[in-house]
Design a protein around this ligand. Structure first.
Ligand SMILES: [Zn+2]
Length: 285
């Protein structure tokens, strides 16, 4: 919101106006070339491709008959690093995402809490809003569930005073620090066990993803052979064979981009074999 306002005030051309000014076609229309929409800024800030990578499988369709594009969860994305020059440093990009996750809401009074954006409702999981007015004393500032709206929202009036929260966090920190001081070795051991457990979970999940990809590659190999045999047996036209084999190739290349040169030469060979076999067959007939 603040970036969008600053860009609008600085009279920076928005993407639609910039495209129009440079003779590029644009699907959207903008009546004010300097008006920046909040969503446009969010889209730019969250676009991972600007760090020089290619992101595939951001959306998916259920089948070839159901064309509706659905958003794929981020863990299912396939990210290929360094496929083109970066325009945003990956470290800066990472930092921006962290800041966006924990951003503090500005209150009209200019007052803020160190816990703004970090407190979640235990009941519904929504973020809790920091509430204050210029007439409030410090002890009256509080957090309330973001989904609660005077009996019309999705949650009830879960509420905690900011001073109570600060005291609870302080007490907890004191307990943890005194525990660590008294049992330093034991604490180190527990922490290192936790960290190794986490890294083994990451490895397990990476292995699972790799196995899924390999399974799909094998399936695609079988499909290749099947359409090749159908083509030789004249059950599948040449055009259809070329079209389908190209589709399989594209999918394989998306799963493992490094496979592409190998795949191209293999499918190229298959296409040549298929044509020459059919030529031989027709000569024999
Ligand atoms: Zn709630």
């Amino acid at each position: 919101m603040q970036i969008a306002k600053a860009l609008t005030a600085a009279k920076v051309l928005n993407p639609t106006a910039y495209k129009n000014a440079h003779g590029l076609s644009s699907r959207s229309f903008s009546s004010d070339p300097y008006h920046w929409n909040v969503n446009t800024v969010v889209h730019i800030l969250e676009r991972r491709e600007y760090t020089g990578c290619t992101v595939n499988f951001k959306t998916y369709t259920n089948s070839i008959w159901d064309k509706k594009q659905r958003d794929n969860p981020e863990e299912n994305w396939a990210i290929f690093e360094n496929t083109h020059p970066e325009i945003i440093n990956p470290e800066v990009f990472k930092k921006v995402q962290e800041i966006r996750k924990q951003r503090h809401r500005r209150t009209r009074t200019g007052k803020s809490s160190m816990f703004s954006g970090l407190v979640y409702c235990d009941d519904c999981g929504a973020k809790m809003r920091y509430c204050t007015t210029k007439y409030f004393e410090k002890r009256q500032d509080h957090f309330v569930c973001g989904k609660y709206r005077s009996n019309t929202g999705d949650c009830t009036a879960h509420f905690i005073r900011a001073v109570v929260l600060e005291q609870l966090v302080l007490n907890n920190l004191q307990v943890v620090i005194s525990y660590v001081t008294a049992h330093e070795n034991y604490f180190r051991q527990i922490m290192s066990e936790k960290m190794s457990l986490k890294s083994s979970e990451i490895i397990k999940s990476a292995k699972r993803k790799l196995a899924q990809k390999e399974k799909r590659l094998t399936e695609l190999d079988h499909l290749f052979i099947k359409i090749y045999e159908d083509n030789v047996a004249a059950k599948l036209s040449d055009e259809r064979f070329v079209m389908m084999s190209e589709q399989y190739e594209d999918e394989q290349a998306m799963i493992f981009p490094s496979c592409k040169p190998k795949l191209q030469s293999r499918s190229g060979r298959m296409k040549i074999w298929s044509c020459s076999l059919k030529r031989q067959k027709s000569t024999m007939d």
